[in-house]
Design a protein around this ligand. Structure first.
Ligand SMILES: Cc1ncc(COP(=O)(O)O)c(C=O)c1O
Length: 463
């Protein structure tokens, strides 16, 4: 079942897979993390390397001591390693380290120097982080999604024609964080470039699961800008990435200025530092950079293609099993990552999320996943009269879905456990709804079982 990917070995390297969590059955069960689209766990071998490196931890670009010199050099190397991971052309592109994808996109939006007529094309499928930052700086138009939630490529071309020559940028997610749907990036890149627009990919969901090739600048498939987050690719500690043309970031002033961004300062003059320093104001997050670079190195050593193939098998299996649940609605369509959103008839998404946690120790996410536009469209399409935004008035009836998101350390057995508990709930919805009432005080559902009501508060005391 592994498709050549050593998932058992990989699983052993993942922190937290043997955690036990409480359930209403009075026993603790192994925790299942099906919320990898939010954040993935950390990797043991990288944490060991981090421990070793910590003894050398010091300021970057600011000291003449051995520790500082070593940290500065390693920090610079991290940029190169991260660029190589997505096959960036480092002669023309710069790798800028930020906090996360959201910050990366905000930075780019602020640095692209839009004029009044400029248009950004994004899509109805986007996470808010690839929508709201653009609204602040330019006119934004949205490529439609069809009734299955797939990007309407004809409409994209129509928009490019309609707004030509003012489209400065087309910015699309590599994979949806709601349906996992994978967009055809080569096709979109060609199309955007044909109309003289640049192309940006929000790779927050794609990078952790698929090899990415930014392609050289002369190639019509070139990705002009790419953003992703460390914490979604097994590298916590607050590093995110923005990669793009040096030309863009050498124009004008950096968005945040201060220490580290300059070569010379007099009362009347500032000369900006080279790249990426001028775009990384203040003391950089050297540990975050180190962990991200080492994690990417580790993932590459496992073979990203076989990892993706294993995840595909897992996803196909989950899809096939989920379809056997009575009253389930699954959103989106192939090709997809292991991100699957669904609803169960007669159970509100938030309530189901809490049930999965306390019945079977399964961690999922419920709600709109910061993609309200898309979720609303998908819900309205499937069921125009219920649970849609327009019909939601009370907190306990807000629209949304339940999302499972898989990663290469998850197993078929874990999916079986999910299916088994979903079947139970689908067969006895009234019983389970009563077991998990709504609390107006907390604004959420909770287990009626008194022993569990303090969870996780009493547990946090041990930290
Ligand atoms: C597709 C997509 N883009 C952007 C983001 C924002 O990422 P971050 O919260 O790391 O900034 C997310 C987070 O879930 C996402 O799924």
């Amino acid at each position: 079942m592994s498709g050549g990917f050593p998932y058992k070995t990989f699983r052993r390297e993942v922190l937290g897979v043997d955690l036990l969590v409480p359930t209403t059955r009075g026993i603790r069960v192994p925790y299942i993390h099906f919320d990898n689209a939010a954040s993935t766990p950390a990797l043991k071998p990288v944490m060991e390397q981090m421990q070793e490196f910590l003894t050398w931890y010091s300021g970057v670009h600011r000291g003449t001591g051995h520790k500082s010199m070593l940290c500065s050099q390693i920090y610079e190397q991290c940029h190169t390693q991260i660029g190589h991971f997505v096959q960036a052309d480092l002669e023309h592109d710069t790798v800028i380290l930020v906090k996360n994808t959201t910050e990366a996109i905000n930075k780019l939006a602020g640095r692209l120097r839009f004029s009044a007529d400029d248009v950004v094309i994004t899509s109805e499928m986007e996470h808010h982080s690839n929508d709201l930052p653009w609204r602040r700086h330019a006119r934004v138009v949205y490529t439609r999604v069809d009734e299955k939630g797939l990007l309407d490529y004809k409409h994209l071309e129509k928009l490019l024609q309609q707004y030509y020559p003012h489209v400065k940028l087309v910015t699309i997610t590599g994979a949806s964080n709601v349906t996992g749907h994978l967009n055809d990036l080569d096709f979109i890149a060609r199309l955007a470039h044909e109309y003289n627009a640049e192309f940006m990919v929000d790779a927050a969901q794609l990078a952790p699961h698929h090899a990415i090739n930014m392609h050289p600048h002369y190639d019509s498939r070139h990705i002009d800008y790419l953003a992703f987050s460390g914490h979604k690719i097994y590298a916590p500690f607050g590093s995110g990435v923005l990669i793009g043309s040096k030309k863009t970031f050498l124009q004008g002033e950096p968005d945040i200025i201060g220490g580290g961004t300059v070569n010379m300062v007099t009362p009347n003059l500032i000369t900006w530092a080279g790249l990426p320093d001028r775009e990384e104001a203040g003391s950089p997050n050297v540990m975050g950079a180190f962990i991200l670079a080492k994690t990417l190195e580790y993932l590459q050593s496992l073979n990203l293609h076989s990892m993706a193939a294993y995840e595909k098998k897992l996803t196909d299996y989950a899809m096939q099993r989920l379809q056997t649940i009575p009253g389930i609605t699954i959103y989106g369509a192939e090709p997809r990552l292991g991100v699957i959103s669904f609803n169960l008839e007669d159970i509100i998404h938030n309530q189901l999320g809490i049930m999965l946690s306390f019945e079977a120790g399964i961690g999922v996410r419920s709600g709109c996943f910061c993609a309200q536009h898309y979720v609303r469209k998908l819900l309205d399409e499937k069921n125009p009269s219920s649970l849609s935004y327009t019909s939601a008035y009370a907190m306990d009836n807000l629209p949304g879905m339940v999302r499972i998101s898989l990663a290469a350390y998850n197993t078929h057995d874990e999916i079986d456990r999910l299916i088994s508990v979903l079947k139970q709930i689908a067969d006895h919805p009234y019983y389970y709804r009563k077991k998990y009432p709504y609390s107006c005080i907390h604004g959420n559902y909770y287990p009626r079982d008194k022993n569990l009501q303090n969870w996780p508060y009493h547990f946090t005391e041990s930290f």
